[in-house]
Design a protein around this ligand. Sequence first.
Ligand code: HEM
Length: 218
Amino acid sequence: MSQRTRFALKTAVWEACLLPLALLVYRFQTDALGANPIEYVTRTLGDWTLRILLASLSMTPLRLLFGISWPMSLRRLLGLFAFFYVCLHFSVWIVVDHFFDWEQLIADVFKRPYITVGVLALTLLVPLAATSTTRMVKWLGGATWRRLHKLVYVAAVLGVLHYVWLAKKGVVDPFIYAGVLGVLLGIRLWDWARRLATRRWHHAETESVIRRLLADGG
Ligand code: HEM
């Protein structure tokens, strides 16, 4: 892919990811946040955290299924935007919803399971955002970095669980997100099993060649 195309793609991602925030700001300025503005803002930011997180997790499956590799260059940017949105989501909860009432905030984390898993998901995303730079990849080493960044799957599962737990009965959206995440994780699992089977097959093949050579030599 040319430098120009890469730049255009990244610009499009920046625009697409900032658009929901711009819309929120616009609704705020035009007094169009509905009857419960805090709930509207919290929920919108939560929705976009999950959508962007799932988008970042779709890049590798796209490569595995269709052999296209350009989406891989957008993974880091999408991951950082998901982190940006969850920070805003969390900040609204602390600042606007509870107005820094630390006692109540801590009580909420222990009392409400959906808050507990939300905080856990956010906590897991912190080291991933902190190690997203090329310098950190070099410092940690590729293998360690990749192992650490597998935590994004745990964070996504917790994020979906957070939504499933907080949603009212009869709301189907959280289950749609759960389905999408299930498919994305399923594709990874299928690829892992396929690679393991290929590796085992090669191993068995090498072993049989060695055995044949030894038998011929003897
Ligand atoms: C990766 C982490 C997280 C994800 C993916 C996420 C996602 C979501 C989603 C999708 C919603 C529901 C939106 C809707 O109803 O349309 C939501 C609501 C909410 N989230 Fe999160 N969230 C995360 C972390 C957190 C954290 C750390 C907190 C605070 C400690 C939090 C507090 C809330 C609250 C208070 C609501 C609204 C509940 C309600 O109105 O009944 N979330 N979140």
